[in-house]
Design a protein around this ligand. Structure first.
Ligand SMILES: C[S@@+](CC[C@H](N)C(=O)[O-])C[C@H]1O[C@@H](n2cnc3c(N)ncnc32)[C@H](O)[C@@H]1O
Length: 193
């Protein structure tokens, strides 16, 4: 099966891997702006079908991308989509938790991780793997852990940029503004609860 994301065709695996949605396209637009023209290293955390990682690699031929997912089916599908778009040489697909498997320091981190608490059931995601959509507690732990990992300076360069999807919004911060990004995220989560 196929779908279209940011004007490109992507193979999907409904029920096994989260299918990309148009609501994530603004995140990609913001990431393309943040990348600019330089030879950047980019991480897509929780890559799913690889829609974000592949789209960035297609639009920015000068970048190298590391795409991570803990779901082995997502890793396999992302590799297939990278081949489909002839970007596999610059797109490294890794299985694991958040930024753990990424072997280099990156300049840009993009993520659309699970953020819904179980209490906010959304029928629009009923056909998606549960752990691609819902996270325990207030739902923010995956993002809190990611922001903590981005803070230590070893995984993300000091001038780096972090972009995350929350509901229909793309939240963006420089590395020195991650505390502010966490506050914005928590305020929005409280408002949505
Ligand atoms: C909402 S889906 C988004 C998929 C894709 N980025 C997109 O926008 O279409 C979240 C993805 O994050 C992955 N994921 C969840 N927790 C993770 C973690 N701790 N480390 C890596 N991947 C994770 C899930 O397996 C799922 O593929």
């Amino acid at each position: 099966m196929q779908t279209s994301f940011y004007g490109l065709p992507f193979m999907i695996a409904p029920g096994r891997v989260f299918s990309p949605r148009a609501t994530t396209e603004p995140l990609v637009r913001r990431a393309l702006d943040a990348i600019g023209e330089g030879r950047k290293r980019v991480a897509d955390v929780g890559t799913g079908s690889g829609a974000i990682a592949v789209t960035l690699a297609v639009h920015k031929p000068q970048i190298e991308v590391w795409a991570v997912d803990r779901n082995p089916d997502a890793v396999e599908l992302t590799r297939a989509n990278a081949k489909l778009h002839a970007v596999a040489e610059r797109l490294h697909v890794l299985e694991g938790d958040l930024l753990d498997p990424v072997p280099v320091r990156v300049d840009v981190v993009v993520a659309n991780l699970p953020y819904l608490p179980d209490s906010l059931h959304d029928a629009a995601y009923d056909r998606e793997p549960n752990d691609a959509v819902y996270a325990p507690g207030d739902g923010l732990d995956p993002y809190r852990r990611l922001l903590n990992a981005c803070r230590d300076g070893k995984l993300v360069s000091p001038g780096g940029v972090v972009l995350i999807q929350f509901h229909r919004e793309a939240l963006v911060a420089n590395c020195w503004e991650l505390e502010d990004l966490r506050s914005r995220l928590e305020q929005r989560a409280e408002a949505a609860a």
